[in-house]
Ligand binder design. Structure first.
Ligand SMILES: N[C@@H](CCC(=O)N[C@@H](CS)C(=O)NCC(=O)O)C(=O)O
Length: 204
């Protein structure tokens, strides 16, 4: 089994690396070379026709794309520690928070990256106004998240660390890299980020 991924700052392969580190699992990773167009080669398009990483390739050649799908695969094979919740309620809350993070935070961060950041200017026809408009969307959702975390809970879903925290952590570390820093007055988000950064998996 092997992973096709990419080095930092790519957030999605890192999500899988952190998940595996939290499970105590090691899977070899081949860095695809996004800047060199490694994701657009026929070999990689045969693994994932959307031309993205991460991709998990099983020993029989079967491939799984999409970060959460890859993590779910490992969760079923290695249920401890549970990172997708255990009870019906916990699982629903993990799903709720993962979707909130991906749809409300990761999407505008990604749109800013694609449409406003100079690094990606050569890759697509950027719509700068649209790209820049995502600053406001990110700021707004971070302020909402700050209000959510104001109750002092340690993790997004409550008392337990889950894949939803990994989604938030990797998105906000990438947001820092592209110039969308967490506002200094979003102190509950910043405290939660410090907790995430303090875990040994954060270096993955
Ligand atoms: N929804 C996908 C997103 C994957 C993704 O956007 N990966 C980035 C690297 S972090 C990528 O492959 N970008 C190249 C591209 O989209 O062309 C997932 O969760 O795995």
């Amino acid at each position: 089994m092997k992973l096709y991924g990419e080095a930092l700052p790519a957030p999605n392969p890192r999500r899988v690396r952190i998940f595996l580190a939290e499970k105590g699992l090691e899977v070899p990773e081949i860095r695809i070379g996004l800047r060199e167009g490694g994701h657009r080669t026929p070999e990689h398009l045969a693994r994932n026709s959307l031309g993205q990483v991460p991709v998990l390739e099983l020993d029989d050649g079967t491939t799984i794309s999409e970060t959460v799908a890859i993590c779910r695969y490992f969760e079923v094979l290695h249920p401890d520690p549970p990172l997708f919740g255990v009870t019906a309620l916990e699982q629903a809350q993990v799903e709720m928070w993962t979707r909130r993070i991906e749809l409300r935070l990761t999407v505008p961060v990604g749109m800013f990256w694609r449409h406003a950041h100079p690094f990606t200017a050569h890759l697509l026809k950027q719509n700068k106004d649209f790209g820049e408009s995502n600053r406001e969307a990110v700021d707004k959702i971070l302020r909402w998240l700050d209000g959510e975390l104001a109750d002092g809970r340690p993790y997004l879903t409550g008392e337990t660390y889950t894949i939803a925290d990994i989604a938030g952590q990797t998105t906000l570390d990438f947001a820092d890299f592209i110039g969308l820093a967490t506002p200094s007055d979003a102190r509950h988000v910043l405290a939660w980020r410090e907790r995430m950064a303090g875990r040994s998996s954060a270096s993955a």
